[in-house]
Design a protein around this ligand. Structure first.
Ligand code: 13P
Ligand code: SF4
Length: 305
């Protein structure tokens, strides 16, 4: 049976067709945004979709670096954000100038950067990576003596432990994920002794050490579908719980901490999506030279994985 949709949702659907637009939403977006999205996903999945979509307009519901990545991969499309003030504090912790300085200090190092970075920073990278493939990218560089891995020091710690490599890192971190503490996991485990603990690699190393599995957000969605477990304690931004519950009605999901909220991911609403489709704003466009250099690092990642 077709679901009942609101007037707002109906208008978005209509205008989306008129504009030849596709709506992409990150897994942390508000339920109302996930409901009108054509695709939901993690950073890697959304990049892949952005790269191959035939739509003329991409409405990106996420944070700024994600829309920039879409624009880098699909320069002929119009990429718009319903709220272009939705930034990522972690991405803002490293500038291109900072990275150039670090590269000068380690002139022979291969440079790997988390997708949570600005286009200018990506233009300085040899390889981009996401939380899904960071370990694979570093493993691919086994012949390199030295590797710079920026900006997330906790993702770097996780990758270093998994690959056995020593990495040159930066002091970046996600302010939302570090709110999840080992005490939170301990408490939830006590309440739900049969639950599996799944956490994002942006979490504190002490939290990562307690997990049954360390996964990107879409890997968590896959794990939740495929596991025999009926209960999961979820150590990531709370927005993912909506998707997990919707996709798995017979299972229970408990946030490791209700405090793990990314305010920037909550800026986008249905009203703003409608406005962005009406006005075709705010456009996110990466200047040509930066785009070309940044694209190389993203393409290399997509070739490895
Ligand atoms: P993924 O969805 O790629 O796991 O990333 C999480 C995140 O924090 C995005 O900013
Ligand atoms: Fe950035 Fe953290 Fe928000 Fe992800 S959850 S967008 S890393 S601040």
């Amino acid at each position: 049976m077709p679901k009942n949709i609101s007037v707002l949702e109906g208008r978005i659907k209509e205008l989306k067709k008129q504009r030849d637009a596709v709506i992409l939403a990150h897994n942390y977006q508000l339920p109302e945004v996930q409901e009108v999205a054509d695709y939901r996903g993690d950073s890697l999945e959304l990049s892949r979709i952005a790269a191959k979509t035939e739509a003329k307009v991409i409405v990106f519901c996420g944070v700024y670096f994600m829309a920039e990545t879409a624009s880098i991969l699909s320069p002929d499309k119009k990429v718009i954000m319903p709220d272009a003030n939705a930034g990522c504090p972690m991405a803002n912790m490293l500038s291109a100038g900072d990275l150039r300085k670090l590269k000068k200090e380690h002139p022979d190092a291969a440079v790997v950067g988390y997708v949570n970075s600005s286009a200018e920073v990506k233009a300085e990278l040899d390889y981009c990576c996401t939380s899904t493939n960071a370990v694979a990218v570093v493993n691919y560089l086994k012949n390199k003596k030295e590797i710079i891995f920026v900006p997330d020091k906790y993702l770097a710690d996780f990758v270093a432990k998994r690959t056995g490599r020593t990495l040159v890192t930066w002091n970046g971190f996600c302010p939302s994920h570090i709110k999840i503490l080992p005490e939170d996991v301990k408490r939830e485990r006590k309440f739900h002794p049969f639950a599996k603990v799944i956490v994002h690699p942006e979490c504190l190393p002490s939290v990562v050490a307690m997990a049954d599995a360390v996964l990107s957000t879409s890997q968590m969605a896959k794990f939740a579908r495929e596991t025999e477990a009926k209960e999961m304690i979820v150590g990531t931004e709370v927005g993912l719980i909506y998707r997990l519950k919707k996709d798995n009605p017979g299972k229970e999901f408990y946030p490791a901490s209700e405090r793990a909220i990314c305010p920037n991911m909550k800026r986008t609403t249905q009203e703003k999506i409608l406005w962005s489709l009406e006005e075709l704003k705010e456009e996110v466009k990466v200047p040509g030279d930066i785009r070309k250099r940044a694209k190389k690092a993203i393409d290399r990642m997509l070739e490895i994985v």
